[in-house]
Each structure stands twice: as structure tokens, then as C-alpha cells.
Design a protein around this ligand. Structure first.
Ligand SMILES: [Cu+2]
Length: 214
């Protein structure tokens, strides 16, 4: 191959690489758009913007921040418990399938959990069982549009009682088996925090208010 041919081949190869890079860039930006649309579709999964108007991943429904609706959420009080025993499980000799798989587990010796009541470690009791508990709200992250009428139903599922504040709205006690409802207009864009003052810092959540488009 002479030098001219080499240069031509090199140029062709370079052009092919540039073309491939351009195609990849287009595919990448299309994927980004699709990703954003999917995210917006996810954001639209609140009451009032779904049902009949719901789209699919390939044909998502877009959020229209200028369109205000009623948004209603059910927020459960939850605690997650990691319970285990110091002692390894014991096989039941009467069962061929009951082979103990769970070994004994030592609780963390120097665990430093935040104060505030949201976490609790119960050291091993007389049968060697111990428990680590973490309080939370489910769900704890909500998205609404500016101007929406927001209704929050707090449902007392786990925990004897809670003392819940929705910033700018009010504070109330919630016992197990009760449902307490608050409603307000999300007038300003930004974040509205809510928390339980008996189970901090982890029993807290946030309502993100998206700004109206101009
Ligand atoms: Cu609480």
C-alpha cells in the first residue's frame, strides 16, 4: 500500500470513528431524554395524574407543572427490625429438611447510633435474642406541583405513638390504629419537611414542591 492509500484508509477509518461517535452521542442523548421522561412519568404517579391518562415507559405521560390537581397520600408509620440470636439455630431431629442455617450473631460491641429515639438496640435477652430497630415513614419522599391541594393521611401502623409535625401545617399525636389527616395548598415551590419528634433523626420525610412553569 502506498502512502496515499494509507492516508486515504486512515481518513476513512477516522471518518468511520467520528460517525460512530456521533451515532453513540445521539443514542446516549435519546436515552437521557427517555430517562428524564421516565423519571417525570414516575413523578406523575401521584393521585390525579394517573389512571386513564397513564402512559407506558415508551410513551410516558408528561408532568405539566402548570396544571394543579388534588394529591392524596397515605403515609404509614413503620419500624424495621433486625432480630437475631446469639445462638446458632438448632436442628429439629424429627425433620429431615430442617437444617439450621443461621449461625449465632454477636451484636455490635461499640455501636454508636444517633440519639433522638429513632434507633434502638435491645441487647440479648435471656434466650440470647437481640434486636436493632429503625423508625421511618413509608413513603417518606413525595412530589407535588406548586398549587396542588395536598392531603396527607398519616396511618399509625407500628410504634405505640408518634408526635408528628408537618412544617408550616401543624403538630399532632398519632397512636397505633389511628389515622390523622392534614390538607394544605402547596403554595410555594421548594421542600416541606415532616418528622416525628419522638423518633429522630430517621423518622422524617420531605414533600418536594415543583415550581409552576412560567
Ligand atoms: Cu415516631
Amino acid at each position: 500500500m502506498n502512502d496515499n492509500k494509507k492516508t486515504e484508509t486512515k481518513t476513512k477509518t477516522t471518518k468511520a470513528i467520528i460517525a460512530a461517535a456521533a451515532i453513540m452521542a445521539v443514542v446516549a442523548s435519546a436515552a437521557m431524554v427517555l430517562g428524564i421522561q421516565t423519571q417525570q412519568y414516575a413523578l406523575a404517579q401521584t393521585n390525579g395524574t394517573t389512571a386513564a391518562s397513564a402512559g407506558s415507559a415508551s410513551n410516558p405521560v408528561m408532568v405539566n407543572p402548570s396544571q394543579t390537581t388534588n394529591k392524596e397520600f397515605w403515609i404509614n408509620t413503620v419500624h424495621l427490625d433486625g432480630a437475631t440470636s446469639l445462638h446458632a439455630a438448632v436442628a429439629n431431629p424429627l425433620s429431615a429438611t430442617n437444617t439450621p442455617l443461621h449461625p449465632g450473631e454477636i451484636p455490635p460491641a461499640n455501636s454508636t447510633i444517633p440519639t433522638g429515639g429513632g434507633f434502638r438496640i435491645v441487647l440479648p435477652n435471656k434466650v440470647g435474642a437481640w434486636d436493632f430497630r429503625s423508625f421511618t415513614f413509608a413513603p417518606d419522599q413525595l412530589v407535588v406541583n406548586q398549587g396542588d391541594k395536598v392531603t396527607l393521611h398519616f396511618v399509625g401502623v407500628l410504634g405505640v405513638h408518634h408526635l408528628i409535625t408537618v412544617d408550616g401545617v401543624g403538630t399532632f399525636a398519632l397512636h397505633r390504629g389511628e389515622i390523622h389527616t392534614v390538607s394544605f395548598i402547596a403554595t410555594n415551590p421548594g421542600a416541606i419537611n415532616f418528622w416525628c419528634s419522638l423518633h429522630l433523626p430517621n423518622m422524617s420525610g420531605q414533600i418536594l414542591v415543583l415550581p409552576k412553569s412560567v
